[in-house]
Structures are given as structure tokens and as C-alpha cells.
Design a binder for this molecule. Structure first.
Ligand SMILES: [Zn+2]
Ligand SMILES: [Zn+2]
Ligand SMILES: [Zn+2]
Ligand SMILES: [Zn+2]
Ligand SMILES: [Zn+2]
Ligand SMILES: [Zn+2]
Ligand SMILES: [Zn+2]
Ligand SMILES: [Zn+2]
Length: 522
């Protein structure tokens, strides 16, 4: 290398003209290769007045194993190749990738060099790939541990939640309220959250129903996407996938996780409404069909709530317990802390969507561009089961290595951005949008949740299926999610696809939630 630096003029493949090295002592100068100012010996174009590249950059290898240059902190199995630009149309075609080292984009850096592995969609800035960026170096491991250095002490955070939850059987409420000492004795009038008697269902009940009528056997089954059985807890709306659980003794489809019967009756000092106590309620008052919008995640919900009636502040029961600190595999080894954002220029590290001002975020204390939506961190499980696939699908944060084809979602069949969190089966080489994943049991023909392309299924906190006798129609209506075949609302004419709708099973009458609400309030 030293010998090459001595060369007074070079033809470099990055530039069409001859480059000369006219200076004898090191200078500080802008480098057109890496886009940074750095000190040293520069080559200058003899034709273009302001084209200069640093000799270090000029003689970088054409192929680079990133683990060698980053001391194993960043790993890619294939050598990365140098590329002398990253044009915007290419960036767009690859869903605007971010640098896998520093997480910043290439948007205003299309004329600077990068290292890339095209087939794996792995891109890094020149200085990131070669570990020249100073602030980033300070967080790197010096021991070659293969990861970012852990930036917190375990002893300081004894109850730290490590996310994502391994699978859909787990959630924040189970984490907080599950006790291994068997089901509690549960009196319905003790918490008064359901109008009928609630009974315990455990494995003994399943045995005793063998040979009885099929309907009572069915009532004791667990949620199972593989068998297309949906059983959603009325408190938290997450699936019930383990015994024991509680169900209504009448036939009203009311079920509760065992741990959801242990929800505290009140929450003090909630970060979103610290001034008043929030009380547990099975219905938010004066909401049609019990649907309210959670003030933390903004998702519609008809489960239990914690609320302050006086101020009209209501959150779903999961959002009642947003942890103060977490870690997440999407950004391993760094502590992520709950903060309320005071500006809106942030993008979620998982879903790549905006984080709005005033919303909560889990933000990294060491890396100032790493923020995660609480719902992305808490609601997307590490693995999911899917009836289309006998293997579990795992949550992926980056494009899959050696992926052969274009990315698209197996459920909605639309394009999928592999730089945002999605589910992938490594055996079948299949991918699904994280928002499409919970739809397996809902609308079989119309699964895409077209909600600003969010990573969370819009109705993840809504339990559909209830029968409703409405003021505006003679037959009972079912509450469901609209599909293309539902057409337009019989009242206002809006398209019902993706909306919450009420649908008559006896005639063609179908209306959207807002119209039904209006009819029933007048
Ligand atoms: Zn340079
Ligand atoms: Zn970078
Ligand atoms: Zn590769
Ligand atoms: Zn529950
Ligand atoms: Zn919420
Ligand atoms: Zn997100
Ligand atoms: Zn970090
Ligand atoms: Zn999809």
C-alpha cells in the first residue's frame, strides 16, 4: 500500500479523468469517496476542479469482509464489494436501505462510495464498513465479542424485560401477573367485570368433555392458528394458548387469561396520565360497542381498560403497564428507555414508520437515532405460528441472507420492505408483513391491513364476532372486519374494506361502525 501511495498519478475506476497527487505533506480536505473531511494525502482530478479523494479511500480493497474491519461487531458471511455511488433510483428499488453499522440512510449520499452485498441487501457507508467513524468506534467491542458492548449492568435492572416475547403465548401482562402457584379462587362479584358467572377451564374440563356434545368440547379448546381456532381474552385481546383460563358460564364467548384475572384494580402514576389514578374497567363508559381509542398506542380497542373517567383518559390493559426500560433483539445489548418524544423527526427502528411527537418511545441511551414504538416492541412476538406453514415464522429485522427473490407478503401478496420488521420462515423461504400475521383467523379473503402501512394489525385489540341487535335494522348484525366483497356501506356509501362493520347474515344489509353508532345514538 505504501508503495502505491507514492504514485504521483493514478487512473481510478471511480472517476473518468486522471487523478494526481500534487501535495507533499498531509492536509485536511473533503474526500469525494467517503463524503467526509479527513487528514492525509489526497488525489485531485486534473479536469474537475473539486474532485479529491484521500489516498486511504483510493486504495481501499474492492472486496471487504466486514467482520475483520469492525472487530467482529458487525458480521456478514459474504465479502462486500465497493461501489462508487448509490443512485437514488437504486435506493428506492431496495426500499431505501440504512447503513447496517450506523443505521443512517444513504439518501443525501448517493454520490459517495459504499460497500455492499447486493443479493443480501447489505449496505454500509465506506467509513462505517472500515470502522473509521469515531463516535461509533467508541461503542464497539474491543474483545471481538461480535456485538455492541452491553451498556448497562444486570444488577442495576433486576427485572429488565428482554424483548421480543418469544412467542404469542407471552405478553406484558403474563410477564407481570402470572404466578406459578395455580389458579386463584376467583369470584366474579369480587371484581365485577362480567355480568355472568365465570368458570375455570383447565385440562380436567377438556377430559370430561370427551364424548359429550361437540359444541361444549369446542368451547374448551385453546387458540390455535394451525387449526384455525380463535380464542381471544376479553381483557387483553391476546390469544389464550394455555390452560387454565376462565370463561363465561353462559354462552357469551367471554374468556380471560388466568393472569388477566389478577390485573390490579388501579394503576397509579401512569406515565401518560400521572396526575390521576387509572381504574380497571371492563367497559369504557359511553363508547358504542365498547370501542375506545387507546391514548398510548392509538389502536381501537374493545377489551378492558385502565381509565380516568373525569379526564376521558383511557388505555388498553397492556398499555397500562409500559415498562420503564427494556432490551430488544432489534438493537441488542443496549438499554432502551421509555421516553415521551418532544419532536417528530424520529423513525421506528423496527417498523421504519414515524414516531410522532408526544408519543412514547423506547430510545437507546447510547445511539441517538435508535427509537422503537412501544407497540412494535411489545406486540410483535419473536415467533408466530401460521396455518399456511408447518414451521414457526420468526421476526426478522433485516433482509434475509442469501434471499433469492423479491420480497412479498404471502398473505396479502403485496410488496414487503425487508429493512423493516417482518416474519420469515427460513425453511420455506416465505415472508409475511407483521401487520398481516394476526389476520390468519379473521378475514380469510381480505387480509391486508391498509393502515398507513403500520407494522401492527390495526384491529389487534378488537374482538370481532359479537351479534348485535341494532335500532336501524330488523335482523341481528354481526360485528366484523370489512372485506372487498362487502362493497359499500348501506347508509353512507363509504367503502367497507378494512373498516369495522356490522353485517346482516340474513339480508344484504351492511353498515360501517360510525353509521351504526349514529343510528343507535339517535
Ligand atoms: Zn476519504
Ligand atoms: Zn454508516
Ligand atoms: Zn451477502
Ligand atoms: Zn388476557
Ligand atoms: Zn394501547
Ligand atoms: Zn414501530
Ligand atoms: Zn444503542
Ligand atoms: Zn401482507
Amino acid at each position: 500500500m505504501g508503495l502505491e501511495v507514492e504514485k504521483k498519478s493514478i487512473h481510478h475506476p471511480s472517476h473518468q479523468h486522471l487523478l494526481v497527487c500534487a501535495i507533499s505533506s498531509p492536509i485536511l480536505c473533503f474526500c469525494n469517496a467517503c463524503g467526509k473531511e479527513h487528514k492525509g494525502v489526497f488525489y485531485q482530478c486534473t479536469t474537475c476542479s473539486n474532485f479529491t479523494i484521500h489516498s486511504d479511500c483510493a486504495f481501499l480493497p474492492k472486496k471487504l469482509l466486514i467482520q475483520k474491519t469492525t472487530d467482529d461487531a458487525f458480521y456478514h458471511p459474504h465479502p462486500l464489494t465497493i461501489s462508487y455511488s448509490f443512485p437514488l433510483p437504486d435506493q428506492e428499488a431496495k426500499y431505501y436501505p440504512r447503513c447496517r453499522v450506523c443505521n443512517l440512510n444513504f439518501y443525501k449520499r448517493e454520490f459517495f462510495w459504499i460497500y455492499k452485498c447486493e443479493k443480501c441487501m447489505y449496505y454500509v457507508h465506506l467509513d462505517c464498513g472500515t470502522s473509521r467513524r469515531e463516535p461509533f468506534m467508541s461503542i464497539l467491542s474491543s474483545t471481538g465479542s461480535g456485538r455492541l458492548v452491553k451498556n448497562y449492568e444486570d444488577a442495576g435492572y433486576p427485572h429488565l424485560l428482554h424483548l421480543p416475547f418469544p412467542d404469542q403465548t407471552d405478553n406484558i401482562l403474563k410477564h407481570l401477573f402470572f404466578k406459578n402457584n395455580g389458579p386463584r379462587s376467583f369470584e366474579t362479584d369480587e371484581i365485577n367485570l362480567h355480568q355472568h358467572q365465570v368458570i375455570l377451564v383447565d385440562t380436567k374440563c377438556v377430559d370430561s368433555t370427551v364424548g359429550s356434545t361437540s359444541s361444549s368440547t369446542k368451547a374448551f379448546l385453546l387458540h390455535d392458528p394451525m387449526k384455525k381456532i380463535e380464542l381471544l381474552c376479553n381483557a387483553c385481546l391476546r390469544p389464550i394458548m394455555s390452560m387454565p383460563y376462565y370463561k363465561c358460564a353462559e354462552s357469551c364467548n367471554f374468556v380471560l387469561h388466568e393472569w388477566c384475572t389478577r390485573l390490579p384494580t388501579k394503576v397509579e402514576n401512569h406515565p401518560g396520565h400521572p396526575q390521576h389514578t387509572l381504574f380497571l374497567m371492563s367497559n369504557v363508559p359511553h363508547k358504542f360497542f365498547n370501542i375506545f381509542d387507546c391514548r398510548v398506542c392509538r389502536l381501537p380497542c374493545n377489551g378492558f381498560a385502565y381509565g380516568c373517567v373525569e379526564c376521558g383518559y383511557f388505555v388498553d390493559v397492556c398499555c397500562g403497564f409500559i415498562p420503564e426500560n427494556i432490551t430488544h433483539k432489534a438493537h441488542p445489548n443496549h438499554l432502551l428507555s421509555r421516553v415521551k418524544l418532544d419532536n417528530s423527526d424520529r423513525i421506528c427502528h423496527m417498523c421504519r414508520k414515524d414516531l410522532w411527537k408526544g408519543r412514547f418511545s423506547f430510545s437507546c441511551s447510547s445511539c441517538d437515532n435508535i427509537c422503537i414504538h412501544p407497540e412494535c416492541a411489545l406486540l410483535l412476538a419473536g415467533t408466530i405460528r401460521h396455518k399456511y406453514d408447518k414451521h414457526p415464522m420468526s421476526l426478522s429485522y433485516f433482509p434475509i441472507e442469501n434471499h433469492k427473490s423479491e420480497y412479498f407478503c404471502e398473505i396479502c401478496e403485496e410488496a414487503l420492505n425487508p429493512h423493516s420488521a417482518f416474519y420469515h420462515c427460513h425453511e420455506c423461504v416465505w415472508s409475511v408483513h407483521s401487520a398481516c400475521a394476526p389476520l390468519i383467523l379473521r378475514s380469510e379473503t381480505e387480509t391486508h391491513s391498509n393502515w398507513y402501512g403500520n407494522s401492527i394489525y390495526r384491529y389487534v385489540n378488537v374482538k370481532f364476532g359479537k351479534i348485535h341487535k341494532t335500532a336501524g335494522h330488523e335482523h341481528p348484525l354481526t360485528f366484523t372486519q370489512g372485506t372487498a366483497s362487502d362493497g359499500d356501506c348501506s347508509k353512507c356509501g363509504i367503502e367497507l374494506r378494512y373498516e369495522m362493520i356490522f353485517k346482516c347474515l340474513e339480508c344484504k344489509y351492511v353498515i360501517d361502525y360510525k353509521c351504526c353508532k349514529r343510528l343507535n345514538s339517535s
